[in-house]
Design a protein around this ligand. Structure first.
Ligand SMILES: CSC[C@H]1O[C@@H](n2cnc3c(O)ncnc32)[C@H](O)[C@@H]1O
Ligand SMILES: [Zn+2]
Length: 442
């Protein structure tokens, strides 16, 4: 059905290209997009849009306009540990460095300041939705509201105590309160965040399965991050983690499986048949030498693959455009096929596939009339992007994140000509420096 013709809008953006992602990623040249009441109200050729009266009009002659990016996995507050424990393998990194540091430093203030630093970095580089898994999610929620960004907050569950709680009972009680508090929120969704198969036992997993089904809530979990994780599980239980979670009923269309490097064909079939989503974090997997995710095989098996940065302590940035480029390049090498993970698929992974994974594709992930106006504009006029045969290629394969100039979330402008409108960069940097001094004992 053709979209209704409108004659007025709150914001009208004329762009050199619009890349809608759905129904396809093919760029629409010299188009306009209208925003009314926080939603996309029209997408039409620029010549036809001249008749629309708008409160604000923007002429973006050299820009590509596309859906805001969706960072489907991270630990926002870990920005305050960026560069603190580099060049270590996952288990040494976690057991000997990160978990002791978290035990010493993480509290609600740490999470508030670290999350604000992360959100500022993500907004500046084109992310409009992020999925987080960290302690004190209520503190992250405060900053999410302040920034006006969209988020899924997965509350953590371990079998053991941490700064946020004493064990599974306590985590579930706090998490359910958070779910209840945000059940009508437009920007925040709450998910269950069992940390990993090796930190959460069968009892807690079973309670998560029951509660998540009752509340129709998503589950996000680190899964098959390394071959060692799989080998240890087989030694201890005789089962691969994916097989164990399938038996426990934890795998389903609301389950977001993060990492998925050590997969055999049976694992892929199990994930596909349960409708699970994969969240690929290529830079964290490379930096921690965790392994290689068979993204092309998963795609061919019909698994929805989204993309995430993971935390800044294992990446070390939150640049989803950079992650997209790494995913595309690595995906080709892993598949042994240069045609695997083409530019258009890289863009889909970071937008619509992310929205599908988080269960919000009816709201965001593509530019379509009726969807929420989560939109970014990238200036392609710089030397490094010339000449432009294909804007999709330039976005996927050139270093582009610093060229994001505008960003709207639910129609609200949160990045204006490269400047954050809701957050104060200088104050955020000053607070990060205070944490560095404290943590380094200066
Ligand atoms: C449940 S709160 C998050 C918890 O996860 C830790 N973490 C960060 N990155 C990874 C990773 O790649 N694999 C496993 N666990 C990770 C983080 O430090 C928190 O303790
Ligand atoms: Zn992670």
């Amino acid at each position: 059905m053709p979209a209704p013709i409108i004659n007025r809008a709150d914001t009208l953006i004329f762009a050199r290209w619009i890349i809608p992602i759905a129904p396809s990623s093919a760029p629409l040249a010299n188009y306009a997009i209208a925003i009314s009441n926080g939603k996309i109200s029209a997408i039409l050729p620029a010549a036809e849009a001249q008749s629309i009266t708008a409160t604000k009009t923007l002429q973006l002659k050299h820009h590509a306009v596309m859906p805001g990016l969706i960072n489907a996995h991270g630990h926002a507050a870990m920005t305050l540990f960026r560069g603190m424990a580099d060049d270590k393998a996952l288990h040494t990194w976690l057991n000997d460095h990160i978990w002791p540091a978290e035990g010493q430093w993480v509290n609600a203030d740490f999470v508030r300041d670290g999350s604000e630093l992360a959100i500022a970095e993500m907004l500046r580089s084109g992310t409009t939705t992020f999925s987080d898994m960290y302690f004190f999610p209520e503190a992250t929620a405060e900053v999410v509201r302040k920034a006006g960004i969209r988020a899924q907050l997965s509350f953590p569950i371990f079998d053991f105590p941490c700064a946020w709680g004493s064990g599974p009972d306590d985590y579930l009680r706090k998490g359910l309160a958070l779910l209840d508090e945000h059940k009508h929120s437009e920007l925040i969704n709450i998910a269950f965040g069992p940390h990993a198969p090796y930190t959460v036992g069968d009892d807690a997993m079973q309670r998560i399965v029951t509660l998540a089904a009752e509340l129709d809530a998503p589950i996000q979990i680190h899964l098959h991050e390394t071959q060692q994780e799989v080998d240890d599980a087989v030694t201890q239980t005789g089962k691969r983690p994916i097989a164990r979670l399938a038996e426990l009923g934890l795998l389903g269309p609301k389950t977001q499986c993060v990492h998925l490097t050590a997969l055999n064909d049976e694992d892929i079939t199990t994930l596909a048949s349960h409708g699970c989503h994969a969240v690929h974090c290529p830079e964290s997997n490379l930096k921690l030498a965790s392994g290689f995710s068979p993204v092309e095989k998963m795609r061919k098996a019909g698994i929805n693959v989204a993309i995430g940065t993971d935390g800044a302590a294992s990446n070390n940035d939150l640049d989803l455009f950079g992650e997209m480029r790494t995913a595309a390049l690595l995906g080709k090498a892993v598949a042994g096929d240069a045609s695997a993970l083409p530019d258009s698929y890289a863009l889909e992974m970071a937008t619509l596939n992310g929205a599908k994974a988080l269960g919000i594709d009816h709201l965001v992930g593509s530019l379509e009339v009726g969807k929420q106006a989560d939109i970014i504009a990238i200036d392609l006029s710089a030397l490094e992007q010339q000449p432009i045969y294909s804007p999709v290629s330039q976005i996927a394969y050139t270093n582009i994140s610093h060229r994001v100039r505008y960003s709207w979330i639910m129609g609200r402008k949160v990045l204006d000509n490269g400047e954050l409108t809701t957050l104060d960069s200088r104050d955020i940097i000053a607070r990060a420096e205070l944490w560095r001094k404290k943590i380094s004992g200066e």
